[in-house]
Design a protein around this ligand. Structure first.
Ligand code: GLU
Length: 475
């Protein structure tokens, strides 16, 4: 198959987490890189597990992360419908084909009978296989029984674009269900039919399907379909240990990250590097770079560790590199309510300062509140400060009064403030960790702030000196 056509085929059984997005992203990158198509197909054949609204959530998540599909349930395409529950007639036709060629049969057994077979196998210390219990005279398939594949046990050897050369023996091949008694196909059957019908060239999916691949190969043969390139993604593991990713450490809804002010470009870069690298030490990639550089060959075989701190670092990188105007627009919904009455110019200068320390946009209120409102004196800021806690009240007052006198002379330009603050260090014979911390605490009531001179410059003279007075009264 020459054309690259990839697909993301989620089941609408819950929100889309980082692992799902990574699969979608890799499939999308491969399609874009090769000027092919990327398809979204909703695999909604397990009605019991379906979660209402999950399909829309999947669609919203892909859009939010700029992973745009060319064909899909809402956009249509030459192979519509792209929702499996609307394709039942197609599966029925392919099922009939298998029945006609003698490769599928109606399963006549009740759950109790199957249980008895299982127990017998256990007693005989043999693995239980459906193919050992094929009915001699299966009933005609009327849709009320499951339709089972009549497999042809044999060894397989195949190449997985990520995992490399793989092989299995005939013992893993068994008769699996193609169509359930509720009329819906199984994933095992439907995805093979759909991938063939939609001319999918590469199947990129999670590790949980790897063990079933030999059975899929068996079915491809029975249907006379050339298998697509198969690429298995390794698990994403939690930060500590080798456990599979849990909700706590990142298996959360990707839209939650968007809501917290993670930028799409940061999420894309971070997720792409969960298990993939370009062979250099480059850690952050734009979407254009990923489209150019991505390759399945450079996806690692072992699990990738999800580290939220690294995500924050990558996000901080993009916060500091995207255009200031664009960042300001993105921040609109995150300002603290105290910022409401301030004009754009003031807020822009605040943002320029605090973006240096910002990891995600929802931190904006915490990092910026003191620029908008006089916070009450917090005595613990001094009592818990390594150096300041050793000084008595008179010493602190003397130092702060000296600072006040010097700052009162300043025109409050950032340069003049820098010069005067440095001069103060000499005059008062103190270290920045003492003097600057004290002024910082007095003027911000925060444990940390951007550069002191820049902070004072943005706060302005009147406000800064008033706050120093308030602190002096409290000392
Ligand atoms: N519907 C399967 C799932 O959500 C998709 C597996 C595949 O990509 O083929 O896990």
């Amino acid at each position: 198959m020459s054309k690259t056509r990839t697909r993301f085929a989620p089941s609408p059984t819950g929100y889309l987490h980082v692992g799902g997005i990574r699969t979608a992203l890799f499939a999308f990158l491969l399609a874009r890189q090769n000027k092919g198509q990327f398809i979204l197909r909703l695999e909604d054949t397990d009605q019991k597990r379906e979660v209402k609204g999950a399909d829309q959530h999947i669609i919203d998540s892909l859009h939010a992360l700029w992973i745009e599909y060319d064909e899909g349930p809402d956009s249509g395409g030459p192979h519509a419908p792209y929702r499996q529950s609307e394709r039942l007639e197609i599966y029925k036709k392919w099922a009939q084909k298998l029945i006609q060629s003698g490769r599928a049969y109606a399963d006549p057994y009740t759950p109790q009978e199957v249980q008895a077979f299982r127990e017998q196998a256990q007693k005989d210390k043999k693995p239980f296989l459906y193919r050992n219990h094929r009915p001699k005279n299966p009933p005609a398939w009327d849709g009320s029984q499951p339709l089972r594949f009549k497999s042809e046990p044999k060894p397989y050897q195949w190449n997985d674009a990520v995992m490399g050369e793989l092989s299995t023996g005939p013992e893993v091949i068994d008769d699996f269900i193609l169509v359930k008694s509720d009329g819906f196909p199984t994933y095992n059957f439907a995805h093979i039919v759909d991938d063939a019908d939609m001319q999918v060239s590469h199947v990129i999916r999670g590790q949980e399907f790897l063990a079933s691949v030999p059975n899929y190969l068996n079915l491809y043969e029975a249907l006379d379909i050339t298998p697509p390139v198969l690429a298995t993604m390794p698990h994403i593991l939690g930060t500590d240990g080798n456990k599979k990713l849990s909700k706590r450490d990142g298996a959360k809804d990707v839209l939650d990250y968007i809501r917290e002010g993670y930028l799409p470009e940061a999420l894309i870069s971070f997720i792409a590097t969960l298990g993939w690298n370009d062979g250099t030490t480059q850690e952050v990639f734009t979407l254009e770079e990923l489209i150019k550089k991505f390759s399945l060959e450079r996806v690692g075989r072992s699990g990738a560790h999800f580290d939220e701190r690294r995500l924050q670092w990558v996000n901080g990188h993009f916060i500091r590199t995207i255009d200031s105007g664009a960042l300001y627009t993105l921040c609109q919904e995150f300002w603290p309510k105290e910022a409401t009455d301030y004009d754009d110019e003031y807020k822009k200068s605040v943002l320029e300062l605090i973006k240096e320390r910002m990891k995600f946009l929802a931190e904006l209120p915490e990092l910026s509140r003191f620029f908008f409102v006089d916070l009450p004196v917090d005595e613990t800021l001094i009592s818990s400060h390594k150096q300041l806690k050793k000084m008595d009240s008179d010493e602190l007052k003397t130092l702060l009064n000296a600072a006040k006198a010097e700052l009162a002379e300043s025109d409050f330009s950032a340069t003049d403030l820098t010069n005067r603050l440095n001069g103060l260090l000499t005059i008062t014979h103190t270290k920045p960790a003492v003097l600057f911390s004290l002024i910082r605490i007095a003027t911000t009531q925060a444990a940390a702030s951007p550069g002191l001179a820049e902070t004072l410059h943005v706060l302005g003279k009147e406000r800064s000196l008033d706050r120093i007075d308030t602190q002096l009264e409290a000392l």
